[in-house]
Design a protein around this ligand. Sequence first.
Ligand code: NDP
Length: 296
Amino acid sequence: MTNLFDFNAQSNHFAVMGNPVEHSKSPQIHRLFAQQFDITLEYDRIQVDAGGFDQAVSHFAAHGGTGLNVTVPFKVEAWQLCGQAGNRRSARARHAGAVNTLRFDSGPGQHRVFGDNTDGAGMVRDIENNLGLKIAGTRVLVLGAGGAVRGVLGALAGRGPTSLTIANRTATRARALAEEFGNDDNPMNLSTMHLSGCGFDRINGPAFDLIVNGTSASLGGELPGIAPDCLGAHSLVYDMMYARRPTVFMEWALANGAGTVSDGLGMLVEQAAESFYLWHDRRPDTAPVRHALRDV
Ligand code: NDP
């Protein structure tokens, strides 16, 4: 782990900031991407204490840092930082209300910050390109109403499903999220897509084409508590969490008739590829990196 105040000035210096970050796979992923283009880079993990995020970013930029990934619990703080005078946010970051990628557009001393959110694009790319489900014309169910779900709703809606249902343990949060994303400041094409929010108990058949688990239930080995009749043989069940073994939600889905299940490792690699593209203007081949991480 890097000491925050002990940077060597480097022109291609990146890091992931969060708390905790010791298990982050981002350094490994970005080094593997960089090898594909013979790019020399430094990529560290920086653990930041609560209340120290803005200062940590300033120090990193002032010492020649080029870009940062931001993870739990600082994505909203990163979004706020990028809203300050002189800084900028991408449209997808503005809509998500969260930033996971920072790029410092000027040299040391000036560091204007550009913030992006690559989580949604990464997940959609994994689902469409790697798992082969085209989202256009499908019925999509998203479970959860926290930061992870905020980050992917815009990208999912942008692929043109006929319906997007957000269901959450606390139903009011799901309804509020659907209202927020359906308003004029955060436009979704509601002429061709039905957007709604509800509690888990309101979800029943017919089976959805795509079910995304964006709750943190799997972290504790728990199930989100939806009825199995929302699953069918044509359903792709996608758990945003990843682990060495299939998550409990993936196992439950397979046991209850889902055709295909996946964890979120592909999303992790694809969102990293989007960040890499933002920093280096090159799109890495993600397949060998996904396979390398699975083999570890
Ligand atoms: P938040 O804390 O912001 O939100 C947690 C959500 O999970 C809430 O909707 C909460 O419901 C729900 N929840 C928590 N426990 C349970 C439970 N036991 N049963 C049902 N619902 C539950 O977390 P995040 O949104 O930041 O993260 C969610 C998941 O997404 C994590 O597992 C994280 O690892 C994953 N993730 C994966 C990424 C990837 O690249 N693959 C990227 C980002 C996140 P309520 O509102 O009722 O409290």
